[in-house]
Design a binder for this molecule. Sequence first.
Ligand SMILES: Nc1ncnc2c1ncn2[C@@H]1O[C@H](COP(=O)(O)OP(=O)(O)OP(=O)(O)O)[C@@H](O)[C@H]1O
Ligand SMILES: O=P(O)(O)OC[C@H]1O[C@H](OP(=O)(O)OP(=O)(O)O)[C@H](O)[C@@H]1O
Ligand SMILES: [Mg+2]
Length: 290
Amino acid sequence: MITIALPKGSLEAQTLQLFKEADLEVRRTDRDYNPRINDPRIGKVKILRPQEIPLYVQMGYFDLGISGLDWVQESGADVVEVANLSYSKTGDGNVKIVVAVHRDEPIEDVTAIRPGSRVTTEYPRITEQFFAELGVPVSLFPSYGASEAKVPDLMDVVVDLTETGSTLKKNGLKIVGQIMESHTALLANRDSLRDPEKRREIDEITTLLLGVIEARHQVLLTMNVPAAALDRVIEVLPAMKKPTVGRLHGIDYFSIQTVVQKGLVNGLIPPLKAAGAEDILEIPITKIVR
Ligand SMILES: Nc1ncnc2c1ncn2[C@@H]1O[C@H](COP(=O)(O)OP(=O)(O)OP(=O)(O)O)[C@@H](O)[C@H]1O
Ligand SMILES: O=P(O)(O)OC[C@H]1O[C@H](OP(=O)(O)OP(=O)(O)O)[C@H](O)[C@@H]1O
Ligand SMILES: [Mg+2]
């Protein structure tokens, strides 16, 4: 059995949703940090702050954990990223750690940040390394949140995470540099991956979670097509995939099945119909495992 640490906070809702869609529902009541997942492969589950998860995975307190790569980097934890989970707080994945100043500052690039500037951040280690490599000596002030509020009144520079950019914008800040990109990752303990039994369980859970992520933007399209229209209909379908084609019993018709991007469906259905397709069905997919 494997143990898992799941993130509280920004990633919590999307993480619980992912496990639910993977049929690994996290059963908990509000404020319960020791929930259960009803699956024979999964033992202890704990909900923790993402800052701490990489270190506890490295220490072997958990075989698997979910956190952002930003906290792997900041904590210096030695863990293995077994999957990019492609979700963030509000969107599909990538977030950035950026350097920002007040929009009225005559600074367009990090190299113009004045030596001795006061820098606030929740990522002191990443930030210290960045400015050391840049060769600009700054004073670091660790932040426990709401970092954007402090510039320009209390601090000159902020290093923080941005996803939509709205917090920076609402607080009158502009980006002058980027330190790293980050995404939500499924992290594993190195020793757990060397244990054949745990490795198998980790691989299986990873496959289920990635199967859900892969299926999210795709649907199954099925349709019936008179034999005379088959070539025309196939020409309309996206070229990346060879559709499955079967005969209908007793009549000169074919049935076609193909997986397509959900975003393309509304553009595809009218030309499919015009080409002769009948009984077109759009069917949601819950997992895709290749
Ligand atoms: N829009 C977002 N805002 C903040 N964090 C995000 C966002 N999208 C993804 N993340 C990821 O979520 C994690 C946030 O972890 P963190 O420990 O900072 O707690 P938090 O969820 O921001 O909690 P709090 O609400 O207390 O600030 C990071 O790994 C970060 O990369
Ligand atoms: O680019 P955006 O979509 O606006 O998101 C980025 C903001 O979200 C996070 O704040 P959080 O909600 O974690 O609050 P905190 O600053 O108190 O940690 C992060 O620290 C930024 O402030
Ligand atoms: Mg935060």
